[in-house]
Write a protein that binds this ligand. Structure first.
Ligand code: BG6
Length: 521
C-alpha cells in the first residue's frame, strides 16, 4: 500500500498509518454490522493508537433512539463481539452520537448536516467526513442523492468526503451500473470505497505478498507448471437469521460474484508494477475481463447450483434450507455454487479454475489450492511405486491460516517407496493477534487508500461475468419478481446436498469430467 503520499495521513513514525481527524457517519447504525464489526473495529484501532484523538461517530438509523441508548447498545455489542469483559470504551463513548432519519427526507438530512457541522466545531474534528452505508442496499441511492442535495457529498473544500458502501453492490450488471451511475453523480470514484471484506483479511492480502515477494513461486505460476487451481469458500453455518435476505440473494450473489472472484483475481492477475490502488486494480480488472464469458449453454454446463437438505453439522442435526425461517417451502435459491472458469490469456490458457462455495458444508474452510503438473518423466516407474499425487500448494485463508506445500518423499527403508508429505507454515507463528478485516478496511478508508476496495469497472466486470449465469438460471428480477430457477418453461435443476456434506454430487461430476477431484479441505 502506498503509505506516504496518501491524503489524510498524519505524520511519519510509528503513527505513520494514523489518519487525520475525521467524522464517521454510519447509515444503518442500529443494524448488526455496526455492533458486530464496525464498533469493535474502531475500538481495536483506538487501542492500537490508530484512531485520531479528534474523532466522532454519528450513527444514523430509523429507530427512535437517543445518544445514551445508542451508546449502551454499542457497549453491549462490544462486550459480546469485541474481545472480552475487560474492554472498556470510556474514551470512545463520549464521541458517539445518534441521529434518527428515515433516509428519504431532505429536511432530516439538513438537520444531519447541522449536527455534523456542530460536532466538527465542538469536537475539533474539522471537515473530514467518512460516510458508511450499512443500510439495506435499496437505500444506497437515496442516501447518496440526499447527501449531495444538502451539500454533504462531492468536494466541499473544508476537508475530504468519502463514502464506504457495503455489499451487495447491485444484484446484476444493470443494477450495479445504475448504482454506480447514481453514486457518481455525487461522488468521484476516488471518494467511493466499495467493501469486499475478504480484501481486508490478512491471509487474502498475503496472496499477493506470497506471489510477488518470493522469487521462487512466480516463475512457476503459469500454464507451464500449473495443472489447475481450486478455490473453495466452505461454510459450516447456515443462514444465521438472514433468511429473508438470503432468499433474494443465493450463493452466487452472496459469495461468488464478490469474495470468490476477488480471491481468483488475486491468485491469477498479472503482477502489478507497484502495490498501489490504480496498479493493483488495473490488473484485477484485466484478469476479470480475460475470464471466458458464459453464455446460456456454457452457464448450464459449467456451473452447478445446489441447496442443502437436513443433515448434521459438527455432529448436530440441522434443518434443511427450506425449513429455515424466512425461506419459502419450495424455495429455488441456491445455497451452493460451483463452477469451472477458463482464463483466456497467455499465462493461464488451458488451466481450469474450479471455484465453489456453500453453506452448511462439512466445515468452515476457505482455501486456494494450486495443483501442479506431474513430473515430466518418472524415474521410479520400475520400482513398483504407485502413481504419485501431484504437488499442491495450498493457501489456507481461514480458519487455521497458513500455507502448505505437498510433495513426495522417500519413505526410509531399503526399497524405493514414496509418500506424500507436507511442508507447513502456520500464521500462528506471528502470534494470535490478527486485525479483523473491518479494522483494516476502516483504517484504509480513513487514510484514503482504495487498494483494498473494489473499483467501478471491477465490480461491473464481476457482474458481467455472473449475470449470464443468473439469467440462465432464471434468477434475474422481472416485473413480477424473481423467476426462481426456470429458463422459459424449463426448470434449472437445483441439486440437493445433505447439510454436513461437501456439496451435491453434480459438483463432483463437474470436476470429474476433466479427470480431477475436489480437495477435502
Ligand atoms: C458475507 C456473506 O459477505 O460473507 C455471508 O453475506 C457469509 O453469507 C460471510 O457468511 C462469510 O464471511 P467470513 O468472513 O465469515 O468468511
Amino acid at each position: 500500500m502506498a503509505q506516504s503520499a496518501v491524503a489524510g495521513a498524519e505524520g511519519p513514525g510509528p503513527a505513520e498509518r494514523r489518519p487525520a481527524p475525521f467524522l464517521l457517519v454510519v447509515f444503518g447504525a442500529s443494524g448488526d454490522l455496526t455492533r458486530r464489526k464496525l464498533v469493535p473495529a474502531l475500538y481495536s484501532l483506538d487501542r492500537k493508537g490508530l484512531l485520531p484523538e479528534r474523532f466522532a461517530l454519528v450513527g444514523v438509523a430509523r429507530r427512535p433512539l437517543g445518544d445514551e441508548a445508542f451508546r449502551s447498545g454499542l457497549q453491549e455489542g462490544l462486550r459480546q463481539f469485541g474481545g472480552g469483559e475487560d474492554w472498556t470504551w470510556d474514551r470512545l463513548r463520549d464521541q458517539v452520537f445518534y441521529f434518527q432519519s428515515n433516509y428519504s427526507d431532505p429536511a432530516s438530512f439538513r438537520d444531519l448536516k447541522a449536527l455534523l457541522d456542530r460536532l466538527a466545531k465542538e469536537r475539533g474534528v474539522g471537515g473530514n467526513r467518512l460516510y458508511y452505508l450499512a443500510t439495506p442496499p435499496e437505500a444506497y441511492a437515496g442516501i447518496t442523492e440526499l447527501l449531495g442535495a444538502v451539500g454533504l457529498g462531492g468536494d466541499w473544500g473544508a476537508g475530504y468526503s468519502r463514502i464506504v458502501v457495503e455489499k451487495p453492490f447491485g444484484r446484476d450488471l444493470d443494477t450495479a451500473r445504475e448504482l454506480n451511475h447514481k453514486m457518481h453523480s455525487v461522488f468521484r470514484e476516488e471518494q467511493i470505497f466499495r467493501i469486499d471484506h475478504y480484501l481486508g483479511k490478512e491471509t487474502v492480502q498475503n496472496i499477493l505478498v506470497f506471489r510477488l515477494a518470493n522469487g521462487i513461486f512466480e516463475p512457476i505460476w503459469n500454464r507451464q507448471y500449473v495443472d489447475h487451481v481450486q478455490i473453495s469458500i466452505a461454510e459450516g453455518i447456515g443462514l444465521e437469521g438472514r433468511g429473508l435476505y438470503y432468499e433474494e440473494s443465493g450463493a452466487l450473489r452472496d459469495m461468488m460474484q464478490n469474495h470468490l472472484l476477488q480471491l481468483l483475481s488475486l491468485v491469477a492477475m498479472e503482477p502489478p508494477a507497484s502495490f498501489d490502488a490504480a496498479a493493483v486494480r488495473d490488473e484485477k480488472v484485466k484478469l476479470l475481463h480475460a475470464i471466458r464469458p458464459f453464455d446460456a449453454h456454457s452457464a448450464l454446463e459449467n456451473v452447478v447450483r445446489g441447496q442443502y437438505t437436513a443433515g448434521r453439522v459438527d455432529g448436530k442435526p440441522v434443518p434443511g434450507y427450506r425449513e429455515e425461517s424466512g425461506v419459502a417451502p419450495d424455495s429455488q435459491t441456491e445455497t451452493f455454487a460451483a463452477c469451472k472458469l477458463l482464463i483466456d490469456n497467455w499465462r493461464w490458457a488451458g488451466v481450469p479454475f474450479y471455484v465453489r462455495t456453500g453453506k452448511r458444508l462439512a466445515r468452515r474452510a476457505t482455501e486456494v489450492a494450486v495443483v501442479f503438473r506431474p513430473a515430466p518423466h518418472s524415474a521410479f516407474r520400475n520400482t513398483g511405486t504407485p502413481a504419485l499425487d501431484p504437488n499442491e500448494l495450498v493457501l489456507r485463508i481461514q480458519p487455521d491460516e497458513g500455507i502448505g506445500l505437498r510433495f513426495g518423499a522417500k519413505v526410509p527403508g531399503a526399497a524405493i517407496r514414496i509418500q506424500d508429505v507436507d511442508m507447513d507454515f502456520s500464521y500462528g507463528k506471528f502470534g494470535d493477534e490478527r486485525p479483523e478485516a473491518y479494522e483494516r478496511l476502516l483504517l484504509e478508508a480513513a487514510l484514503g487508500d482504495s487498494t483494498l476496495f473494489t473499483r467501478r469497472d471491477e465490480v461491473e466486470a464481476a457482474w458481467a461475468l455472473m449475470t449470464p449465469v443468473l439469467q440462465a438460471w432464471g434468477r434475474v428480477d422481472t416485473p413480477e419478481g424473481m423467476s426462481g430457477g426456470s429458463v422459459g418453461n424449463r426448470q434449472v435443476a437445483l441439486s440437493p446436498y445433505p447439510a454436513g456434506s461437501w456439496g451435491p454430487s453434480q459438483a463432483d461430476e463437474l470436476i470429474a469430467r476433466d479427470g480431477r477431484a475436489w480437495r477435502k479441505p
